[in-house]
Design a protein. Structure first.
Lengths: 288, 341
């Protein structure tokens, strides 16, 4: 006699919770990045899927496989979870072919998270580049949620993309820009005829914005080249390695520290990460 | 913990009787090899052999294992069924090194936070009967260098030690004690038997001449990740992965989907850190692009990372990788060389 699926899911971390794709948003002009809004088929699963910004989940397509993707929605958004996915491999390509109303699976939430308690009471500087803005978006929406806003100090955001058409979450960026409680700095490497905003690379913009190191933490996510040139800016501003937080990516399968491929030294990115401070990363091997 | 004496000629019959009632994995002759196989009627379980070609980890962590089934619905592929629960079984004839490997795998698969239900289910249902090594079977044995011994009981539910005319039968756990009815012909063990076993334990351990600094290299590994030494170890490695497949403690796996018509299965298969694709990401980026890095990973995982995480070396000193490597890479030599860095 088979147990009900809700019970199996509660006991077995390999079995995905069934979800329905309720909305698909094409984020960029190149159409290869889409946001998938998923609703849990079983109400109990929604209760069970308690997450914190910075965590990820395995998106599960039976017949194709699984892909670990950061959660782009904020836990303050009820009734659904969102993932912004670039079309790249077998699973993400199949995902991009899907239509609203399709059933798929989610395993998670997995990994640690942005260190919310550590961030509380501090000024937060968010630095994001390109497609790596997804879990930062989760964090921003979490912090600016009405009941949460007073738990955090000044919020500064520097977000860059190569071109205006490659910026994610355009409607939200506009809404954040109208709020008085975020210092929002959106930049593109090169604008187009309609672009009225800032032009320039993320490291340069960070230098211009020059957030104070006083009681401040930087949370940074982006392509390696952006990270490489942005970190020195924050070192020059006097930020300590304990106060610069980032998130790693590695190939993953199980997501729960068993299958053995995502370790950096003794730590598993899936279980002990993906979020690490630079001080923590300094203690690990440089194999990622 | 109860101890008994069993006449040696009775053992094979007991194993066959057990096999008539439940699944029994036992060492059996297969061409030139001794392999763990399910004992079928007419098959003879070996009670005197060196060690098996394959490690017995497969009975708890199979080569290829069904995780779940799914099926097509009008709205997409959906979950259909779980694999059937495991039935009770006995693993007979594991050497103490191999029995220990199961205790080491427990540390990973039965962690507090994330439990592996497939492995744990089989661990609950399986009883391990080990056969102590009265003489270490191979010159490649090095269990005494990695916290083990030829008569270690770790991981075993019941251990048999050949005392000459009798086996000393040690019922080590409740699961082992549950097998007592099958050992009804055994008689109470006296102090002389216990003393004899003790002498065998000491003499057998002493017979292992090869000693490597299994624990002592940990502080060296802590600071040697970038050492040029690593450039020298993987030169002849073929990346065939044999060492990881024969290893009783290697446990890395891949998860993949198979589909036929409207039905599909998600399965996991043994994988190997020796393979280039193991860590290759969709983007093309690979954190371990060279065999040097992969060998360092394998060595570090066993002698540093597992020690960091579980205070245990993920090597039981069975020597299978030493015997099986097609280009004669010897992990004992590598550990010795590291100790001199």
């Amino acid at each position: 006699m088979q147990k009900p699926l809700q019970q199996i899911v509660a006991e077995n971390p390999y079995v995905p919770m069934p979800v329905e794709v309720i909305k698909i948003i094409t984020e960029v002009d190149s159409k290869d990045i889409k946001t998938f809004r998923l609703a849990f088929v079983n109400k109990e699963d929604e209760e069970r899927f308690k997450y914190i910004p910075g965590q990820f989940a395995e998106l599960s397509l039976f017949g194709k496989g699984e892909s670990p993707i950061g959660i782009a929605s904020s836990p303050t958004q009820k009734g659904y979870i969102e993932f912004t996915v670039q079309k790249a491999g077998v699973v993400t390509s199949a995902l991009h072919e899907m239509e609203e109303g399709t059933l798929m699976g989610v395993r998670g939430p997995l990994g640690n998270s942005w260190p919310i308690e550590f961030l509380e009471g501090k000024n937060i500087v968010i630095v994001g580049g390109g497609f790596a803005f997804t879990t930062l978006r989760s964090l921003i929406n979490y912090m600016i949620f009405e009941e949460n806003r007073k738990r955090f100090g000044k919020i500064t955001v520097v977000y860059g993309a190569r071109s205006p058409g490659l910026l994610l979450y355009k409607d939200e960026l506009e809404a954040w820009g109208k709020r008085g409680d975020i210092d929002l700095n959106v930049t593109v490497d090169k604008g187009d005829s309609t672009w009225k905003g800032r032009e320039g690379f993320v490291p340069t913009v960070c230098k211009e914005v020059a957030p104070s190191k006083e009681n401040a933490v930087t949370v940074i996510c982006g392509p390696p080249i952006m990270i490489r040139f942005t970190l020195p800016v924050f070192f020059d501003l006097g930020f300590s390695k304990e106060n610069i937080i980032t998130s790693l990516e590695m190939r993953m399968k199980c997501g729960i520290g068993k299958c053995g491929r995502c370790n950096v030294g003794s730590k598993y990115v899936c279980k002990d990460g993906p979020v690490f401070s630079l001080a923590e990363l300094d203690k690990l091997t440089k194999e990622y | 913990m109860e101890k008994k004496l069993l006449k040696k000629d009775k053992l094979s019959g007991i194993v066959k009787k057990l096999a008539a009632e439940k699944t029994v994995y036992a060492p059996v002759k297969d061409e030139d090899n001794v392999l763990f196989k399910i004992l079928e009627p007419g098959m003879e379980p070996l009670t005197s052999f060196a060690n098996t070609k394959n490690a017995p980890k497969k009975v708890f962590f199979p080569h290829s294992e069904l995780l779940m089934k799914y099926t097509r619905s009008p709205k997409g592929m959906v979950f259909a069924a779980m694999p059937a629960d495991a039935e009770e079984f006995v693993l007979f004839g594991a050497r103490p090194c191999d029995a220990r490997s199961v205790a080491l795998l427990d540390m990973l698969f039965d962690q507090e936070k994330w439990k592996d239900p497939y492995y744990i289910e089989k661990r609950k249902k399986g009883t391990v009967i080990s056969l102590a090594c009265v003489h270490p079977p191979y010159s490649t044995c090095f269990c005494t260098s990695v916290d083990g011994s030829p008569t270690s009981t770790q991981g075993a539910d019941l251990m048999l030690t050949d005392l000459g005319e009798n086996y000393l039968v040690e019922f080590l756990t409740p699961k082992g004690e549950a097998l007592a009815p099958w050992f009804g012909e055994a008689t109470a063990a006296d102090a002389a038997a216990e003393a004899k076993k003790q002498a065998i334990a000491e003499q057998s351990a002493a017979e292992i001449k090869k000693k490597i600094p299994g624990r002592a290299i940990k502080p060296i590994l802590d600071v040697s990740f970038e050492h040029p030494f690593w450039d020298t170890i993987a030169g002849k490695c073929l990346a065939c992965g044999t060492c990881t497949y024969v290893c009783p403690t290697c446990h890395c796996f891949d998860i993949s989907d198979e589909i036929k018509g409207d039905d599909g299965a998600r399965i996991r298969n043994w994988d190997s850190c020796m393979f280039p694709l193991f860590t290759k990401e969709t983007s093309g980026h690979n954190p371990r692009t060279s065999q040097k890095q992969r060998w360092r990973q394998r060595l570090m995982h066993k002698f540093k990372y597992y020690v960091d995480n579980f205070d245990a070396i993920a090597c039981v000193g069975c020597g299978r990788c030493v015997m099986s490597c097609p280009v004669n890479i010897d992990i004992r030599k590598i550990v010795e060389d590291i100790s001199k860095l």
